[in-house]
Design a protein around this ligand. Structure first.
Ligand SMILES: [Zn+2]
Ligand SMILES: [Zn+2]
Length: 204
């Protein structure tokens, strides 16, 4: 849940959204042009939900963090299977040291990586793995609906049938319930022109 009124220095790792920033990184083997394409899709979701977030090209704007991010993937991978849970644990250690304090989206090469899933998982990660504590790892960023779905998880949504949060990523649009949930999670007031995004749409 979003808690307002905290100073940046007070937030814990699950308060990444207080930073107001999301950095998208391409790791080894991923074309740099994939970053801007991913950012465009995420920006669409941000404006649909009117979220107070800025999405940046991490490779360009925060290149000093790239070695850590590359190692966050490589050091938690064996037999080409990324253990995203352990990547998140490592990220939380960085976070507690005041490092990588932003929403983090990592694009990984689909040829090189798959996700390590628990054999009993009913909804195994295939296109992407995302935790609302600020980490999303995407291996199919060529599928627009998959990016929208994973970013939906990042900003707090769970699975929901017949909308973009449907597990199979076949649906483009977020449903009215998910939009309402986002307004509650982020404490947005959709009826106020002075809402969190501060934008006033003509005729809306
Ligand atoms: Zn999902
Ligand atoms: Zn929904």
């Amino acid at each position: 849940m979003k808690r307002r009124g905290l100073r940046l220095s007070d937030f814990g790792y699950n308060d990444w959204e207080q930073a107001g920033k999301v950095n998208v990184y391409a790791t080894n083997g991923v074309e740099l042009s994939s970053i801007e394409k991913t950012i465009d899709i995420i920006n669409d979701v941000i404006s649909e939900f009117n979220l107070p977030l800025l999405v940046l090209n991490g490779n360009a704007s925060k290149s000093e963090d790239m070695p850590r991010i590359e190692s966050l993937i490589v050091s938690n991978t064996s037999d080409n299977l990324i253990d995203c849970e352990s990547s998140l644990t490592e990220l939380q250690r960085y976070w507690n040291d005041g490092i990588l304090r932003y929403g983090l989206i990592i694009l990984v090469s689909p040829e090189r990586y798959k996700f390590k899933n628990d054999p009993s998982a009913t909804e195994p990660a295939c296109y992407g793995w995302t935790d609302n504590q600020g980490l999303s790892v995407l291996r199919r960023f060529d599928i627009q609906n998959a990016i929208r779905h994973e970013f939906g998880h990042m900003v707090g949504l769970g699975h929901h049938q017949s909308c973009a949060m449907d597990w199979n990523c076949s649906v483009h649009k977020f449903c009215a319930k998910c939009i309402k949930d986002i307004n509650e999670i982020w404490e947005l007031n959709p009826n106020s022109a002075c809402g969190a995004g501060g934008s006033i749409k003509p005729g809306a």
